[in-house]
Design a protein around this ligand. Structure first.
Ligand code: CA2
Length: 154
């Protein structure tokens, strides 16, 4: 069964414990359960990971690129958290690995502080899902599935 990788970055392990007004009451475990369900409905296995460490995220994205090239993975949904706004390393990892990525943000970053308006991920993302709360995760999986199917039909 092909896989889809779901990667959550720094502080997203705290979902559902604080900042409920911005990120909602669902925990990371709830989000991962939603991802497993959405993936299974498309005949995919969801691999869910979270790290607070930039290098760990780089390693996972590099490995995912190799899995995608081998035809075992359709791509990744990436909520890089605050690294979205700072990390050239994540940008380079996605680009270098030729990884199909849907960038995701729970909150509408464009309605927040200006430092959240720039993303190093967006220029190397195949698609972007922003501001739908945690419901964005299943939407991103569905979008990634469609993009992968469209590319393999070409
Ligand atoms: O809206 C998003 O999904 C973000 O990627 C979340 C990041 C933020 O830095 C981005 O600008 C937008 C922050 C994640 C922190 O999550 C927390 C959850 C609960 C309590 C504290 C932090």
């Amino acid at each position: 069964m092909p896989s889809v990788l779901i990667v959550n970055g720094p502080n997203l392990n705290l979902l559902g414990t604080r900042e409920l007004g911005i990120y909602g009451a669902h925990t990371l475990a709830d989000v991962e359960a939603m991802c497993h369900k959405a993936a299974a409905a498309l005949g995919l296995e969801a691999q869910c990971r979270q790290s607070n460490h930039e290098g760990q995220l780089v390693d996972w994205l590099q490995e995912a690129g190799a899995e995608q090239q081998a035809g075992r993975l359709i791509g990744a949904v990436l909520n890089a958290g605050a690294y979205t706004h700072t990390s050239i390393a994540l940008h380079d990892a996605i680009k270098g690995a030729h990884l199909r990525v849907v960038e995701l943000h729970i909150s509408n970053v464009h309605a927040r502080e200006s430092f959240r308006h720039h993303s190093y991920i967006s220029p190397v993302a195949a698609g972007i899902v922003i501001g739908f709360g945690v419901e964005g995760y299943p939407l991103a999986i569905q979008g990634l599935h469609r993009l992968a199917a469209a590319e393999s039909a070409r």
